[in-house]
Design a protein around this ligand. Structure first.
Ligand code: PMP
Length: 299
């Protein structure tokens, strides 16, 4: 069923055919979209896309979960990513592939609906992240794994992230920290959390979180540097004895946490293990460590 021609848009009645970007669609209405965030960095040779295969696998897994046929192979998708970077003549930046049900169709039946697939790219300089964020454990609990498939990155899930984000911001904090429905630490709105205690790196086990690709990189890098990593269920009280806390995500890479309301207040600037991991991560993404060359797809 197609919508009628006249719509209200930004204060005016206008005809759909004249509206440049608007179309009613299920992607917007129901969060029926999937996306990825991918970074590429300058290397000594040419731009290199970091962990492109893993991002591609997750994007295709998300598509399958939401019944989408992307109409191209993983190889073609990876080539499209590189083509987008080349077309913009960029040496470093952030890519956002997005697929959504774009047919102006009413109702929840997405089966067979038309899809739009786009890849946007932003030029980003690869500067070291020196931010220190203040977090609040929010009342909104993380989505329960029995209600969603956490291995997929589906737009609709982010309603949950947004509620927590607003709750944190309204209380004067930068970012929310979510607990799962059983009260264990889960993750941030769009990032995973790591806690350093007595030289050991702890992170919530996968299952109740979107276990990110950066999280995976950090676990492997830490292991290679001889830092012990423990993935387990953690109660918020565990944060009280933390020496360092940081967040991970493709965009932020590693980001220091300075405070978590009522649980953690880091007075000193010393973040030895975070520094070590961050330095190593940056050497790896810019193609300076041979051991990790297979994480980089050169253009
Ligand atoms: N958790 C959530 C909910 C996210 O949206 C993201 C960002 N994709 C992450 C964690 C971090 O994932 P990644 O390291 O793959 O960017």
């Amino acid at each position: 069923m197609k919508p009628a021609n006249k719509i209200w848009l930004n204060g005016k009645i206008t005809s759909i055919s004249g509206a440049r970007f608007l179309n009613f669609n299920q992607g917007l209405n129901y969060g029926a979209c999937i996306y990825e965030g991918i970074r590429f960095y300058k290397t000594s040779k040419c731009p290199g896309v970091f962990r492109l295969r893993e991002h591609t696998d997750r994007f295709f897994y998300s598509a399958k979960t939401l019944g989408m046929d992307l109409g191209l192979t993983k190889g073609e998708f990876m080539e499209a990513i590189k083509q987008t970077i080349r077309a913009n003549k960029l040496s470093s930046g952030y890519l956002r592939p997005l697929a959504y049900y774009s047919e102006p169709k009413m109702g929840i039946n997405i089966i067979g609906s038309e899809l739009t697939l786009s890849i946007f790219v932003w030029p980003w300089r690869d500067e070291i992240n020196t931010k220190r964020v203040c977090m609040k454990i929010v009342k909104t609990r993380r989505l329960d794994p029995s209600t969603v498939d956490f291995k997929a990155k589906i737009g609709g899930y982010y309603a949950n992230s947004l509620l927590g984000f607003l709750e944190a911001r309204r209380a004067g904090f930068d970012e929310p920290l979510f607990l799962d429905t059983k009260g264990f630490i889960a993750e941030g709105a769009i990032n995973n959390i790591f806690i350093v205690r007595s030289g050991i790196l702890y992170t919530p086990e996968s299952g109740n979180i979107l276990s990110g690709i950066t999280r995976d990189s950090i676990i492997k890098i830490a292991g290679d540097l001889g830092i012990k990593v423990v993935e387990k269920k953690l109660r918020p009280e565990f944060l009280r004895l933390a020496d360092e806390i940081f967040l991970t995500g493709t965009g932020i890479e590693l980001e220091r946490v300075g405070k978590i309301q009522n649980f953690f207040d880091k007075k000193s600037d010393v973040t030895k293990i975070t520094d070590k991991l961050q330095d190593r991560y940056r050497e790896i993404v810019s193609g300076r460590i041979k051991k990790y060359f297979n994480w980089i797809d050169l253009l």
